[in-house]
Design a protein around this ligand. Structure first.
Ligand SMILES: *Cc1c(COP(=O)(O)O)cnc(C)c1O
Length: 496
């Protein structure tokens, strides 16, 4: 491994590690991630890890302060309110969002934030919900609210065309996939291309795809918002305004969208994807103007100014945070996030991006070189830009399947079992991203339906069906990943 590390450092030494931090990467690993001794954890896209120093700081904080319910008037309540507003500010700063234009709402995670947008968005039969094919199930699920109110729903594939000067022209929306929705097991065609009128439309895309690591161009925000009343693609004409949602769940660990440059209306992220702890806490960052359009139905403790129990009278709060955060926010978790931000800000998110990209680029290149004795390539990597992987368009994620020397597929469950024998923890399947999975694996609607009929469901062992993989293997790096983690996974592949 020594020679390999020297080669790696010669090529990536400027990006690898944190030369300006108090501890170098190896010291950080041996003192703050002692529990990783002897194992290679490579599922940071699933959940990254908290450092032991971070947990100690949280423990000291919670065990020396008195945090009361933020809805009371006591000093302990004030302490909680202060820590919550500090946390909101810290989140807005991380996304370069001006507090004049944006609010940070705490949610139960990205899924909670997306569900809130779906539930409260001003859908009408004239609206359109358009999203990129490559999206997490939690983004796709918003379409249930849109469809219920008769809106048009479209999945689109976005192709970037480089070398074109005008950003408006440089992104082509390739196709409209007709959406289907099963009702009593009979798929129903959803008509497309009919939205009109003065309505609100929503476009959703991930800043980074959790399947392939592809980074979507954030210019999409300005392009789509500029579409008011004009044609998109060939057939769709939507009047009204477009609002844009960025699912930054995966991207926010290494490249938080800059909301001053790309003023999206909604951005979602979860803290366990950034610094491992706490889980079950995320944010919806919402533009003030967009928040005013949302119809919040439910009221609860915290969201009302007054209500009368036995008649239909309720006065909801006007303050945006208070209106949308039902009940008591998870204030001890919120008090914990500054200890995570402390690490990210100390290392700097730019260094984290470079560090993780160095590992991913090295591993990707090495995997592409792996060949069987007969010359057949061992790894098929997914993602458009893989050959010239450039950290600015692909995140620290590598998704692939392996082939045997006779060209048949090596199932992903086999890879997972082999990996776990070597104490390598990675992720397999479709990663809750059915659109990306079908696109990269070349699975048609018919393939997907017949696999389901054969009993294949998410998370089972049926890794190859009808001669095609049903999912893939994913390796992903985090800020504390090391060269040794990357090398261990490469060695595993070269022996399989
Ligand atoms: C993890 C993830 C989600 C889901 O986030 P939760 O906080 O677990 O709800 C959604 N989208 C992407 C791209 C993700 O990576």
């Amino acid at each position: 491994m020594e020679g390999a590390k020297e080669d790696f450092l010669r090529r990536f030494g400027d990006d690898y590690g944190y030369p300006n931090a108090l501890k170098n990467i190896d010291e950080m690993r041996s003192t703050e991630f002692k529990r990783l001794e002897g194992l290679a954890y490579l599922d940071h896209a699933g959940a990254t890890l908290y450092s032991e120093a971070q947990l100690e700081a949280i423990f000291r904080d919670l065990s020396t302060k008195v945090y009361g319910n933020p809805h009371s008037q006591s000093d302990s309540s004030q302490a909680t309110s202060d820590v919550i507003s500090e946390a909101r500010q810290q989140v807005l700063t991380y996304f370069n969002a001006s507090p004049k234009d944006y609010k940070c709402l705490f949610t139960s995670g990205v899924t909670g934030a997306l569900k809130l947008v779906g539930e409260t968005f001003p859908w009408s039969s004239e609206s359109c919900y358009m999203y990129t094919l490559e999206n997490h199930n939690s983004v796709l699920g918003i379409r249930e609210y849109a469809l219920d109110l008769g809106a048009t729903v479209l999945a689109v594939d976005i192709e970037e065309v480089e070398h074109l000067r005008s950003p408006k022209q440089s992104i082509h929306i390739l196709k409209h996939s007709t959406q289907r929705r099963s009702e009593a097991n009979s798929p129903r065609e959803i008509q497309n291309g009919k939205c009109s009128g003065n309505s609100y439309n929503l476009f959703a895309f991930p800043s980074e795809c959790n399947f392939s690591g592809k980074k979507f161009p954030l210019e999409l925000v300005n392009i789509i918002k500029g579409y008011a009343g004009s044609r998109i693609g060939d057939s769709l004409q939507c009047r009204g305004s477009w609002l844009v949602l960025i699912d930054a769940a995966k991207g926010c660990a290494t490249e938080p969208p800059d909301l001053a440059r790309y003023p999206a209306d909604f951005v979602t992220c979860s803290f366990y994807k950034m610094f491992g702890y706490p889980t079950g806490l995320g944010v919806l960052i919402v533009r003030n103007e967009a928040a005013r359009l949302l119809n919040k139905k439910y009221f609860s403790g915290g969201t009302v100014s007054a209500s009368i129990a036995d008649i239909d009278f309720v006065k909801k709060r006007e303050n945006i945070e208070q209106l949308f955060e039902d009940g008591t926010v998870s204030f001890l978790d919120i008090a914990s996030i500054r200890h995570g931000f402390h690490i990210i800000n100390r290392l700097t998110v730019l260094s984290i991006a470079r560090h993780t990209a160095s590992l991913a680029t090295y591993t990707r290149n090495k995997m592409l070189e792996l060949k069987h004795g007969n010359g057949l390539k061992l790894c098929l990597l997914y993602g458009r830009t893989v050959e010239k992987a450039n950290p600015s368009n692909v995140g620290p994620t590598i998704t692939f399947n392996l082939k045997r020397s006779d060209g048949s597929w090596f199932g992903y469950r086999e890879v997972e079992k082999l990996a776990s024998l070597s104490s390598i923890q990675l992720r397999t399947g479709c990663f809750c991203n059915p659109g990306a999975c079908a696109k990269f694996l070349g699975l048609s609607h018919l393939d997907l339906l017949s696999n389901l009929e054969d009993g294949h469901v998410c998370w089972d062992d049926a890794d190859v069906l009808h001669g095609k993989p049903t999912g893939a293997v994913r390796i992903s790096f985090g800020y504390m990943s090391t060269f040794e983690d990357a090398e261990v996974s490469r060695l595993l592949l070269s022996t399989s």
